[in-house]
Design a protein around this ligand. Sequence first.
Ligand SMILES: Cc1ncc(COP(=O)(O)O)c(C=O)c1O
Length: 385
Amino acid sequence: MIPSPHIVESKLPNVGTTIFTVMSAMAAEHNAINLSQGYPDFPVSAQLIDLVRHYMMTDHNQYAPMPGVAVLRQQIANKLNDNLEFNFDADREITVTAGATEGLFATITALVQKGDEVIIFDPAYDAYAPAVQLSGGTPVHLELQLPHFTINWGQLEAVISHRTKVIVINNPNNPAGSILSVEDFQRLSDLVVRHDLMLISDEVYEHMVYHPQGHQSILKFPELRARGVAIYSFGKTFHATGWKVGYCVAPEALTKELRRVHQFLTFSVNTPIQMALADFLRDPEHYQSLSALFQKKRDLFLELMKKSRFEPLPCKGTYFQLMKYHAISDLPDTEMASWMTKEHGVASIPTSVFYNRKTDQKILRFCFAKKPETLTQAAEKLCKI
Ligand SMILES: Cc1ncc(COP(=O)(O)O)c(C=O)c1O
């Protein structure tokens, strides 16, 4: 061990190892089927891998431009323009980042000043609050309301103060599996204008929506588009979470600021994968087919679980299915997840970890982005509990 002469004062004293790492390690140790962490167990497209190989072999291995490879930014703009009937500017409004995680961190660091308050809806993905705290801001947590994880608009108005700077939304929501309605966006537009707020919209599950209204982006709504940063992940979209490539879409002034941070976080993202993604995006089938693919997996998992004592909650988006376990146990959800991993061989995520107040509603999150045989084996074990 290296002797440590100085006491390091933690900037994030309450942050431990994330639950995703903990549960995946527990799953490996106990040889359990891992439905905890959000990643697929099926392969990336062979065509996409061939494209990466091609660009590596043809000498595209040096630094990419800081905002991202131009052809990729143009393909992203084309995709957005086709879907949203707007004219996004690839040079001024799109920035390629090292996954959505870096996009979120760069955006939050750029926007949040000391003393600012940032509204976060719980249950929330765990990357938002620490980034706000590192910038000297205060996360203000508001719980979404069961059974459909809806925003309580009265409560939202009540927590807005002169310090409120940003609202973070995650649509579709991990872990809730909920989506915001068009009416929600209209109310949000009115609210951000009235209170002069900015918006960060985490839309990494944009291609996993199982509701007829489809994915609603902030980029569709003029007031939100003008005040917001929308953040996406190619890792989620193309089953390659280990590649860590994502992007941010924002008006020029916001883009300028988030690039100032991005420049010193990573400077740029690996070149051959950006080149490959640019080619792959030319065929819209590669992403338009995803909601059907994941809906099939969700439906298979739900069908298999019909014989179990778990009670599913509605899943309108993402690749996560929430399950209540009231009928089985009154253990706290963290203990339940750990017991199920060790004794029954299936790992899940307890949802209390997504709440600032660790609200325990006896609900577990299962990732269904898995091969049919994985889901079948997991459900067999779960049905015996
Ligand atoms: C809601 C949400 N946002 C962001 C991310 C991070 O995305 P990336 O892997 O592209 O950094 C995840 C990953 O699980 C997520 O669930």
